[in-house]
Design a protein around this ligand. Structure first.
Ligand code: ADE
Length: 420
């Protein structure tokens, strides 16, 4: 991997990138990093690299010519797969995936650092393959961003780190954050290293570390966690950790803003997946407000924060009176579960399993032994939740819905057993 950095501050960038691990890799010849002074390529006597913006405005703009001449000089004797990258707050957000792609697909990166108020747009149009941003904030120049890109790409080049494990176990490798690490002493200011790490059982340590990665990702980066598809075993591992801090209680009016938020998130997912449920305004703040005043709405809190809700009612659901393509197993009084949702942050975390466990517990408290629910035929994840919770499909019911949308719903039921 060869990286050329075009900058007005080559000494600063060189000093940073020729230290430590990347510096060692440069010395060993595994990677090559060169910093080019853009100013050396001006074609004016004053070595001027910037000028005033056409149309007026604040600050100066870097001229296209010195940038292009500098770029030509680094591309001249390069036959490898080169990629010209301009570091800019307007670029695509930089992630570990980007670093992997750059390390895999190219053997020559040219990182162009802007300064002042940016660079002449024509240079970007003519010469730049992609623009990268290292975050939604503005730096005074592209150097810090270029150093971040160079460092994160170089560490992926084989031989730069001592062992492949050094990067495959790290945060962001599998969309997971890294597990917690400890070193000597075993007891520091009364805080002990987790016991599992001390007995040398590799399988147990690996399992513990994997569980920690899942738990940490869920806690610290719920956005990353919601993108994971987890195996049943992984879900259980997270759930075991969830259980301690989850509580189920009746919803109160103060919960409404969070309930409405979760509803918005759920509606977005339904819409994205093309599932014709929860259409128009339904279910609205007023719907939930009414549920609360009837004492039929429940919330699940995780460490005190509302992350899921459901409605559980003992009133017969009129639309369940007629069932087609099947049959309810009983006509006895039932409880109906409606309006259940889990927040984006806890989707896939096992919270829905706990939700249905609470549905059952509350149902048993009422003395009824029979639950009913429904969902649209395309709502596979709700069907999975219902089936996982022991519900069985019994046929189809027709619900009231927005005109023009499919009113048919899969009807589910569950018969409860009293535990002695
Ligand atoms: N140059 C200025 N701000 C930047 C950012 N956020 N990312 C990359 N390059 C930049």
């Amino acid at each position: 991997m060869k990286i050329d950095i075009l900058t007005l501050f080559p000494d600063t960038v060189n000093a940073v990138l020729h230290e430590s691990i990347i510096g060692r890799a440069c010395k060993k010849g595994i990677v090559e990093i060169n910093c080019r002074q853009i100013r050396d390529f001006t074609d004016n006597k004053q070595n001027q690299v910037d000028d005033y913006p056409y149309g007026g405005g604040w600050g100066c703009i870097m001229m296209a010519q010195p940038l292009k001449s500098c770029l030509d000089s680094v591309l001249e004797d390069n036959e490898g797969r080169s990629r010209v990258i301009y570091l800019s707050p307007q670029g695509q957000p930089y992630t570990e995936d980007t670093a992997r792609r750059l390390a895999r697909d190219y053997d020559h990166l040219v990182l162009v650092c802007g300064h002042y108020e940016g660079v002449d747009e024509r240079f970007i149009e003519k010469c730049v393959d992609e623009e990268i941003s290292i975050g939604d904030y503005v730096l005074t120049g592209g150097e810090i961003a270029a150093m971040a890109v160079a460092d994160s790409v170089c560490r992926l080049v084989p031989g730069v780190l001592s062992d492949e494990e050094c990067y495959t176990g790290e945060s962001h490798w599998d969309g997971l954050l890294e597990y917690p690490q400890y070193t000597r002493p075993e007891n520091w200011e009364g805080m002990k290293v987790p016991e599992v790490l001390l007995d040398g059982n590799k399988a147990k340590i690996d399992a513990w570390r994997h569980q920690q990665m899942l738990i940490r990702t869920k806690e610290k980066r719920p956005d990353m966690f919601s993108k994971l598809s987890l195996s049943e075993k992984e879900l259980k591992a997270v759930e075991r950790n969830l259980k301690g801090c989850v509580e189920c209680r009746k919803a109160v009016p103060e919960d409404l803003h969070k309930i409405v938020d979760i509803t918005k998130q759920a509606k977005q997912i339904l819409q994205k997946r093309g599932i014709p449920q929860w259409l128009g305004e339904y279910p609205s703040r007023e719907t939930f407000s009414d549920d609360i005043s009837r004492g039929e709405l429940y919330v699940l809190t995780v460490d005190g924060s509302v992350e899921a809700f459901f409605m559980l009612s003992g009133e017969p659901e009129p639309t369940y009176a007629v069932i087609t393509d099947g049959k309810w197993s009983s006509d006895e009084p039932y409880l109906v579960v409606h309006r259940a949702a889990v927040s984006d942050a806890y989707r896939g975390s096992g919270l829905s399993d706990i939700l249905f466990k609470n549905v059952e517990r509350l149902a048993l408290d009422t003395g009824r032994k029979y639950l009913r629910a429904d969902t649209h035929k395309t709502n596979k994840s709700m069907q999975r939740c219902l089936r996982d919770a022991g519900f069985v499909y019994r046929g189809n019911v027709e619900v009231d819905t927005e005109p023009g949308f499919d009113p048919m719903r899969y009807a589910f039921e569950k018969r409860l057993k009293y535990k002695k």
